[in-house]
Design a binder for this molecule. Sequence first.
Ligand code: DP6
Length: 342
Amino acid sequence: MPASTNYRATASAPSNIAIVKYWGKQGVQEPVNPSISFTLSKALTHTTIDYRPGPEALTIEFLFEGWPKDSFLPKLNALTRRLVQHLPYLEKGHLRIESSNTFPHSSGIASSASSMASIAKVLVEIQQQLSATKDSEINHEQISELARLGSGSACRSTLPGWVLWGETEALASSSNRFGVSINEVIHPTFKDLQDTILVIRKGAKSVSSTTGHQLMENHPYREGRIDQANRNIKKLLNSLKEGNFNTFAEVCEEEALSLHGLMMSSSPGYTLMAPESLRAIRRIQKFREHHHVPLTYTLDAGPNIHLIYPKAQRKILEPFIREHLQPLCDNQEVINDELSID
Ligand code: DP6
């Protein structure tokens, strides 16, 4: 292989939204509890990587939306160090990584999931170019595992639709190392879910997910949380199979509120909801009580709200969102996304 040969590959990956939340890690980026999410369609990260082989230890250059972003380098260095045993070329040479998102920054969409999943796909593609095995089949488990080493939730972004990550007795093929598709058991009610993101506050989170996961290590409710997540996985899987929206909504909201409860009761504690988040939740509950529509919500580790509902409800929900929820949002910003079909 001539040292002057450069290698280039490009890939995209979507973000995902968890219904049962991954919160707490063990070992090398393995979860303390199983989680289930659905992958989105529109919120994507596009990544292009140029790899220049060389004799020196690996160096990395990262550009985000055309500009150098050195704050992401520690995460990338940690990722490539972990990946060397899977992708030996990452020991030496130079990587120029360029990423861009199709969605606004700090809007409540998990960019580390789409970003790390797209980077993992590209790094595997470069390995294939280097070893001239380009035509060999891409192993989804391997890509998911490599994405996980960058960001836990990223391992659920390497597959479309519904994905389960983490060992559970409810699914024999489940693994702590990679995400597995559960699309084949999903009732039609849950195959076209919409995710309307209410951007309550735009801007950096006051606590990173990585810090949040660490807070679970000595959390007083740690064991209770692990039990709760395992119970909710079973309950959620049953509701997804049976098409039972009420049970689905129960799990969805219990998980979102528990995540925030766990953060509040951490040491130090964090209050990540804004007054408008609570107001939006109240309005969603009232609307549902009056109109009996299948509608639920979830939140990640921040104030923004993901409204979740089947596509058929869009017409009845549009005016409610516009008149009663959009005014609670930062600059009236709402982002419409949906579950990816394939
Ligand atoms: C609240 O995957 O962002 O969104 O593994 O440290 O990168 P790292 O954390 P990350 O955590 C996501 C936490 C969550 C819940 C979830 O997506 O399951």
